[in-house]
Design a protein around this ligand. Structure first.
Ligand SMILES: Cc1cc2nc3c(=O)[nH]c(=O)nc-3n(C[C@H](O)[C@H](O)[C@H](O)COP(=O)(O)O)c2cc1C
Length: 137
């Protein structure tokens, strides 16, 4: 079974989790990169706004054939209670290229698993994730 682990990360938490998933399984590690990546203090209002309004953002082209993988593991931070805009955009853009996707969410809130964010995204995508896991920082 050929897996790919895709991640988007501002502060490094999702990158670390994605790398450990990839190392454990021998999966290919791929970064989801917005054309404009917000960092520093500006990331909070802008990424929070994009996520909360369900905005799609422009992504850099991924240099891999996603159809060649049996399963994708997609790792996203929670922004303003939702899956990050870059990851949401990736999933919408590539909807026809995948069928088996595990969603992994990273968040600051220790008391919430953010399964509600997964369910909201499933309804929007009209797609059911095959597995779900979430990690608090
Ligand atoms: C713009 C922004 C909004 C966030 N909103 C939430 C939130 O609503 N709930 C939460 O638990 N954590 C929130 N966080 C924290 C991140 O989800 C968490 O720290 C995550 O692990 C960051 O992943 P990263 O370091 O790979 O970027 C937010 C962080 C940012 C930058």
């Amino acid at each position: 079974m050929k897996d790919a682990v895709l991640y988007y990360s501002i502060g490094g938490h999702c990158a670390k989790i994605a790398k450990s998933f990839a190392e454990k399984t021998g999966a290919e590690l791929i970064e989801i990169q917005p054309v404009h990546k917000w960092t520093g203090w500006k990331a909070y209002p802008i990424c929070g706004y994009q996520a909360s309004l369900g905005r799609r953002v422009k992504l850099r082209k991924i240099d891999a054939d996603l159809r060649s993988f049996d399963r994708l593991v997609v790792v996203s931070p929670i922004h303003a209670g939702k899956v990050a805009a870059a990851v949401r955009s990736f999933l919408f853009e590539n909807r026809s290229h995948y069928s088996d996707v595990k969603l992994v969410l990273c968040h600051g809130d220790q008391t919430n698993t953010y399964e509600s964010a997964k369910i909201r995204l499933e309804k929007e995508l009209m797609f059911t994730f095959s597995e779900f896991e979430s990690f608090a920082d």
